[in-house]
Structure formats: C-alpha cells, structure tokens
Design a protein around this ligand. Structure first.
Ligand code: ZN
Ligand code: ZN
Length: 102
C-alpha cells in the first residue's frame, strides 16, 4: 500500500517554502493591503501598517492594483522577489508587467 506523503514529513509544503524564501531573501516588494495593514504577498506576514505611518508602499506592488506606480514597481522586481509567489500573485504581477510593456 502506498501512502501519499506529498508536502508532509521531510518534504516541505509550498507555504513553508515561501516563508523560508522570505526569511532568506527578505520580503518581496509585493504586498497586500487590508484596512491599512500591509502584509507580504508571498508569506502573508504583516510587514507594516499604513495607519501608523510606519510603512511606505510607494515602492511596492500592491496586489489588486493596476495603477501606473504599481506597473513601474513590478518592472523593478528581481528574480528573487518573483520566486515562489502564490499563483494568484504571480498572475497579477505578470499582468502588470504586460501592461507596463505597452
Ligand atoms: Zn514575506
Ligand atoms: Zn498601485
């Protein structure tokens, strides 16, 4: 009998790999904004909150945005920042890059 162990014991889950990527390389400049809170789009950790003015998103790509600033910021992302992104975020960044290329 074969037991599927994908993602468990020994192997790491996709989520763990994302968190490790952030620990090793830092959070990518891609964030989600929710009620003023800013969370990393890769690992989901809170990286700041704009209400307290402790975080400046002007150099970040904000998930769900397609404004000119986000397009420019997407073009500046490095390979390391683009690795291991959740699929929805990766699609979003791709779309921004396609828009920026026009
Ligand atoms: Zn992160
Ligand atoms: Zn934006």
């Amino acid at each position: 009998m074969k037991i599927k162990t994908s993602g468990r014991r020994g192997g790491k889950t996709e989520e763990q790999r994302r968190q490790i990527a952030c620990v090793l390389n830092g959070h990518p400049r891609i964030v989600r904004m929710c009620f003023g809170y800013v969370t990393c789009a890769r690992c989901g950790h809170q990286v700041g909150d704009t209400l307290a003015g402790s975080y400046d998103v002007s150099a970040d790509v904000i998930v769900g945005h397609d404004c000119a600033a986000c397009q420019q910021n997407a073009a500046k992302l490095t390979r390391r920042e683009l690795t291991l992104l959740p699929p929805d975020v990766r699609d979003e960044v791709k779309a921004l890059l396609a828009m920026g290329a026009k």
